[in-house]
Design a protein around this ligand. Sequence first.
Ligand code: ADP
Ligand code: MG
Length: 369
Amino acid sequence: MKLIDKEVVKNKRVLLRLDLNVPTDNNLNIMDNTRIIKSIPTIKFLLESNCNIIIMSHMGRVKTEEDIARYSLSNVANELSKVLNEDVELLSYIKKDDLKYLNVKFEDKKIIMLENTRFYDLEDGAEKNCDFELSESLAKLADVFINDAFGASHRRHASTYGVRKYIDSYYGFLINEELSNLEILNKPTDRPFSVFMGGAKVEDKLPIIKKMLLTCDYLCLGGGILNSFLKASGYDVKESLCTTDEDTIRELKELLNIYSSKITLSNDLVWKDDRILDIGVSDYRDVLSNSKLIFINGTPGLFEVEEFKKGTIDLFEILKEVDGKVIVGGGDTVSAVNNLNVENVVDFISSGGGASLEFITDGYLGALE
Ligand code: ADP
Ligand code: MG
């Protein structure tokens, strides 16, 4: 797949897959429009190229008919319209069988949005199972397909992957920016290259930890990940969040043996009621502040609770001293960065959550292959 350029989109009808899966409150108000803002460069480029645009996005997890009201894209369409200062018309949900006969009429509008692609999961999982009829009907709506849904591109769904079989396909500027930054981690040239891995479940993070250990110079640990490594090293973490799986513990023990010169375990533990809920990060200062490239995923502690925020705050304080490149990825980690207002301390914040971690681990994203 290639990056879009003016020649291939000029005056065309474009089917554009975005990730507009924004967080909402119970009244469906948008809590954070970052994903909408990130989609603007590609949309503007298409408008400047005189395109008609049909936007697709998913939102939430759609499991029952009731979710159709819960996860409508109507507020997303309104917000996008406001940000762009352009009309954005949301079509109501068109069932798979009717989609075949849809002829999108733009009239004086430039942008039409389809309803949540995950509504098709209510029709025998058509979106997630990459149903070929759905893929073909979507592809028939336009001349060119553009995927700029970075956060959804680790999944091969009808709207991200299936459509490509039936239509000329390219990727957009957000995906381009994400891949060029994250590729640096896969082929690090600036050294020392250090990684901080914190957060919750070690099982989720083991693949990326193993991948990073192959290329990094130092690995600093925090959160439930640190607790699990401490447990594997024979330390009693009591009721702390950690793995209980024997195979995982064995694997962590092996990693500690093989990579003893790379892995640092902080000894500065903040306990409450038999649980380690935060750590002091000063043991990591020397390593991090001398690094030329740093990747951060996961937080040192339970940063959502005031009492256990200090490790996370101090970690970003240390990063202020770094003159190398700092890259941050992961859903909750990015929330922590936004919550603490430390965006200016880092060089690149990946917007992809699971997609970022999968790209770093595997070196590719399924929907882009
Ligand atoms: P990401 O979503 O960025 O990949 P994770 O979900 O792995 O990151 O980690 C962030 C979560 O880990 C946060 O919700 C944080 O509160 C939690 N966490 C970090 N340290 C601890 C701890 N010691 N005990 C319990 N939860 C923790
Ligand atoms: Mg998370």
